[in-house]
Design a protein around this ligand. Structure first.
Ligand SMILES: *Cc1c(COP(=O)(O)O)cnc(C)c1O
Length: 432
């Protein structure tokens, strides 16, 4: 079957995510037949470099043989068993290893399948913790301007993206939003945000938690902020008995240059949400990690004090096994150090973009590169996407922000190709 047939059948039967479906009258869907490494292949033999890691989930390329082999092995033993009343090797090993990655501070892991469910679980756990501790009035949440924590109703309450939220406003209990610490706004922005946090907490004892994305607000358009902001926010929250929920769904697993982004602030959050890269982009899995004393507040003879939340696929054995294979790769190849040592080379390859007159705020942290495009116009994002795709690279700007978030296995040559195509797509998307 050809690309054309698959895309027509898809439009006839599939409702695609994050899309105004009418766009596809002019911007064709891309049917993918197979994928290997950083490349996606369509049904007509063309290939596309996956410059956004298939929405930030892929770390080691598509079809990585070690993850495939681990899944083959797991399939011979156990595909899934319910996790209430049962346990299995993969979920135990994964929980132990994730806990070790936090220095043992976050001792217990609770699993879900998607990022948004991790957000929901962390919010519920935080409020329920305060209730179990005799402080049920602590049920308010704080979030940062531009925050993105997923799109279920509870997660939308702490998500500050009007386009995703406004249609559902009557259904949502909105969090209080603090000013953005965006480094493009200068150092005063972070100070103002911290002052607003302190002001609110010193006059309200109803706050359960502050939720934030450590160091990079990805969905807001790769907004970077200084680790010192995170360190201070953590200090203020601790002083006022307020939890810090770190949503590392996008930035965990080495994306910002350390294994977890919060490490760069020298802190450990009370709750850590992980998903996306956790299985290397193979299977849906999310987890909320927390401290043993928080876990302990739910441990009781009374069933109602327990955390009764559940999803059918909680702790799925295949997904956990893929995650273990990912952790093996991090250890075996010392991925964090390897990525760090590549930085000067990749920086040199990206230099032509940085020097381009149309490019603003060129920035880079770990394995994320981003910049804004001056005078980009309303439909810039789609025009750029289309122009890059026609030249063999998948890039998907957020508004006027172009970003690269490639799988870590991208070669220097492939990185250079991505930069060259981005330059050509800029010409086309900003041209007449
Ligand atoms: C993607 C994302 C989510 C939501 O994860 P889903 O798996 O899409 O539900 C939540 N928080 C952040 C920071 C994300 O990037």
């Amino acid at each position: 079957m050809s690309n054309r047939e698959w895309l027509e059948r898809s439009l006839g039967a599939v409702w695609h995510p994050c899309t105004q479906m009418k766009w596809h009258e002019t911007l064709p869907l891309l049917p993918v037949e197979r994928a290997q490494g950083v490349w996606l292949y369509d049904f007509e033999g063309r290939r596309y470099l996956d410059g956004v890691s298939s929405w930030w989930v892929n770390l080691f390329g598509h079809g990585h043989p070690d993850i495939v082999a681990a899944l083959h092995d797991q399939l011979q033993r156990l595909e899934h068993v319910m996790l209430a009343g049962f346990t299995h090797e993969a979920v135990v090993r994964l929980s132990e290893r994730l806990s070790r990655a936090t220095g043992g501070v976050l001792g217990h892991c609770f699993y879900g399948s998607d990022g948004a469910s991790a957000t929901e679980m962390a919010l519920k756990m935080s409020a329920h913790y305060w209730r179990n501790r005799g402080r049920p009035h602590k049920s308010e949440f704080l979030a940062l301007a531009g925050s993105y924590h997923g799109e279920t109703l509870g997660a939308l309450g702490v998500t500050d993206v009007p386009l995703f939220r406004d249609a559902y406003a009557p259904l949502i209990r909105r969090a209080r939003v603090l000013p953005s610490p965006d480094e493009r706004l200068g150092p005063q922005a972070a100070a103002d945000s911290l002052a607003a946090l302190e002001r609110h907490l010193s006059t309200h004892d109803s706050v359960a938690a502050l939720i934030l994305e450590p160091l990079v607000q990805a969905a807001a358009g790769m907004v970077f902020y200084d680790p010192a902001f995170l360190r201070e926010a953590h200090r203020i929250c601790s002083r006022y008995d307020v939890h810090l929920i770190a949503d590392e769904i996008a930035v965990g697993f080495g994306r910002t240059g350390s294994f977890f982004a919060h490490e760069q602030a020298g802190i450990t959050p009370d709750f850590l949400c992980l998903s996306k890269g956790i299985t290397g982009g193979f299977l849906p899995l999310s987890v909320v990690m927390t401290r043993d004393d928080i876990y302990g507040a739910f441990y009781d003879d009374d069933i109602a004090r327990g955390f009764l939340h559940s999803h059918s696929y909680t702790g799925n054995a295949l997904a956990c096994r893929a995650a273990l294979a990912v952790l093996d790769l991090f250890e075996r190849d010392d991925v964090i150090a390897a990525n760090r040592s590549r930085q000067p080379r990749l920086e040199a390859l990206a230099a032509p973009l940085k020097a381009d007159g149309r490019v603003r705020n060129f920035r880079h942290r770990g394995m994320i590169w981003a910049f804004e495009v001056a005078a980009s116009g309303g439909d810039f994002s789609r025009r750029f996407h289309k122009a890059a795709l026609a030249r063999g690279v998948l890039l998907r700007p957020i508004g006027s922000t172009v970003y690269f978030m490639p799988p870590y296995v991208i070669s220097d040559g492939e990185f250079q190709f991505m930069v060259e195509v981005a330059m050509q797509a800029l010409d086309e998307a900003t041209g007449p």
